[in-house]
Design a protein around this ligand. Structure first.
Ligand SMILES: [Zn+2]
Ligand SMILES: [Zn+2]
Length: 414
């Protein structure tokens, strides 16, 4: 017996309904990106490992255990996220010499190499946006509102926007030291990962999903008053713009995001419709990433939304598009005429199909119902002699004889 092939664990096939729902989300997002004046770019799946180790952070989960390495290509990985990649593109093409402000969007697959767990795929899809070249708080607000707009437009309900600020690198460093001091006596309550993180990247402890770690961190009472005045002003202004535009948010002082490149504003959007604590999307400022990857000192901010997570939040609401017309024949001698009609209808941009399996008329009608055709066009011998066809309106359950030459207009105008 020959081997039966199965899909790779952690990957998912999209059936035609899911593909329709997926494409609908993509199309709506694309329109939003256009409305906000973002330019879409398409970047490769493959990148150098170092880009993410250096960009996202050596001690981040992504670099430590999630990179999808290509076994026989040393140092090549499947991209885990879009931001570092967009920055690589920006720097490789020296775009900073061609303007001072850029807005990019991207839509595509991302990959994770760790063992797949429930709800965590090896291949998943992001739609994201990056705005490069401005430190203006209004831009932070705009990026957040764009992410919310897309989720609104696709129909994700019960969203919550969580927002926080990490401050600049200096603020992060001071905060990290404080955290280490505060956690020193509570070390034994932390998970193994966090014990390690404490020495390398203490901020990540705050991000840990482990229950005990969460409890320990909450007991620390970290809160306000740890930012320099510039960063505090920036954050206040971001919140001011959100207030002005009546965007609801929750200030979440424990939100740090798992990637090292974030500075100042970070945010996450969750939805109770997702049924877990995972975010639908997240983003933030990364004012030092471009410099850290060897470029000039240019501030930037961006976000990414998980398309699979959006689809889970939407539930089963994705309906496939209907077929406009199904062309059937009562007699095999009329199949040639039917094919000609199918071609004409398609030429007019009307979605239609016909039978290719020599089914009986009854079988053809069943196929039309299965495809949810709005109209069935029946070529019958009697009608054909008069230059007519039968047009069946499946929604209204009425059938009428019409001139073949009038058919296209009739279907088009319905
Ligand atoms: Zn600061
Ligand atoms: Zn932990």
């Amino acid at each position: 017996m020959s081997k039966k092939y199965r899909s790779i664990r952690g990957t998912a096939d999209f059936d035609s309904h899911q593909a329709y729902a997926f494409n609908r989300v993509v199309e709506i997002a694309r329109q939003s990106f256009k409305n906000y004046s973002f330019d879409e770019i398409i970047l490769p799946f493959l990148e150098e490992e170092g880009l993410f180790v250096r960009g996202v952070g050596q001690n981040s989960d992504i670099a430590e255990k999630q990179l999808f390495r290509i076994q026989d290509k040393d140092g090549v990985v499947l991209r885990p996220e879009g931001t570092a990649q967009v920055v690589r593109y920006f720097l490789e093409n020296s775009l900073f010499n061609h303007g001072d402000f850029f807005k990019f969007s991207y839509i595509g697959a991302m990959f994770r190499g760790e063992r797949p767990q429930k709800g965590r795929l090896r291949q998943f899809h992001h739609l994201g946006a990056e705005a490069i070249g401005s430190d203006n708080p209004a831009l932070d607000a705009q990026i957040i509102i764009l992410a919310l707009d897309i989720l609104d437009a696709v129909g994700v309900k019960e969203k919550e926007l969580l927002i926080n600020t990490l401050g600049c690198d200096k603020d992060k460093e001071i905060f990290s030291k404080e955290l280490v001091k505060k956690l020193d006596s509570k070390k034994n309550n932390l998970c193994e990962d966090c014990k390690r993180r404490l020495g390398k990247n203490p901020l990540r402890v705050i991000d840990c999903k482990n229950k005990e770690c969460k409890k320990t961190v909450t007991s620390l009472n970290i809160g306000e008053g740890r930012l320099c005045s510039n960063c505090q002003t920036h954050f206040d202004e971001v919140l001011g713009v959100l207030d002005m535009l009546k965007i609801k948010y929750t200030h979440a002082p424990y939100l740090v995001r798992g990637l090292d490149y974030y500075t100042n504003t970070v945010f996450e959007i969750t939805s109770s419709a997702l049924g877990s604590q995972d975010a639908i999307g997240a983003g933030g400022r990364y004012n030092n990433l471009i410099k850290n990857l060897g470029g000039p000192d240019i501030p930037a901010i961006g976000f990414a939304l998980g398309i699979e997570r959006i689809l889970i939040a939407l539930g089963e609401s994705g309906e496939k598009e209907r077929l406009k017309a199904y062309v059937a024949v009562a007699d095999n001698s009329l199949r040639g005429d039917a094919l000609k009609m199918v071609n004409e209808l398609r030429g007019e941009g009307i979605s239609c199909d016909t039978d290719y399996c020599l089914k009986s008329l009854k079988g053809q009608l069943r196929a039309a119902v299965k495809r949810r055709a709005r109209f069935v066009v029946i070529f019958g011998e009697e009608e054909h002699k008069k230059g007519c066809v039968l047009l069946k309106d499946m929604d209204k359950s009425i059938q009428s004889e019409i001139k073949t030459k009038d058919l296209i207009n009739e279907v088009k105008n319905a």
